[in-house]
Design a protein around this ligand. Sequence first.
Ligand code: SF4
Length: 180
Amino acid sequence: MKLPKIATVWLEGCSGCHMSFLDMDEDLLNIFSRVELTDSPITDFKDFNFQDVALGIIEGGIANEEQVEIAKKLREKSKILMVWGDCAVFGGINTLRNAFSTQEILQRGYIETESTVNGAIPVHESLPVLLEKALPVNRFVTVDVYVPGCPPSPDAIAYCLNEILQGRIPVLPTDMMHFD
Ligand code: SF4
């Protein structure tokens, strides 16, 4: 039997949303018996050439040019796109940097911090260029399902996955909006 395919990515985030996903305990076994996970940080994938999937999932906001491209690629390949966590939904903690210019951020992070000795801002063609602002995913691509929380609870993630697997676009109950 062909199982619906799911791909997940972790953009400007801390991995906490994926940790919450893994924290679903027995629900995780239930979900994995009903889907095929094609690409995900937890499968250690090395590129972003996504297959066509029934569901794409993004953790994290968008703060550099590479992340814009990854979000667009996953959107293009996903029938439904779900975003996990406040970073992806609202911009989250990443937006603390939006009051400053990218140059000020890099200067502070790589040169001025109290623990830095002989600091230098790294420059290399392989390093993604920072956007002027860290932004939520829907500023770049259309999002179908929002799961707020920092991180969303395992129950909220399980609820949304189960709803989607039963052919419904989930509306998260209010009591699942916060991590308990
Ligand atoms: S929403 Fe919270 S847990 Fe998820 S990536 Fe952002 S900071 Fe981490």
